[in-house]
Design a binder for this molecule. Sequence first.
Ligand SMILES: [Zn+2]
Length: 99
Amino acid sequence: MPQFCSAYSCLNLRTVDVRDRGITFHKFPKDKERRKRWEIALRRDGFTASDSSVLCSEHFKTEDFDKTGQIVRLRADVMPSIFSFPVHLQRVGALLKVH
Ligand SMILES: [Zn+2]
């Protein structure tokens, strides 16, 4: 059973096909504080990461990665920051214009 990326509305599966597109998968931090921050960043109601939960590389900035080794790693203390949220989860001021 391939693993899904945990991000909202992301359909990337941990498969060879996806890996061939240059997408890598990264586990949540073991550190509780950092893991919590990642969970909050995902903005998924009631979501709790498990030890096998993963995020794909599409939610991180290019500079978040350490590509010097054979395995692509995330740098220490990076946060996932790129998501496509549905409108109701986006922080926009546009609502103020609606009467
Ligand atoms: Zn993803």
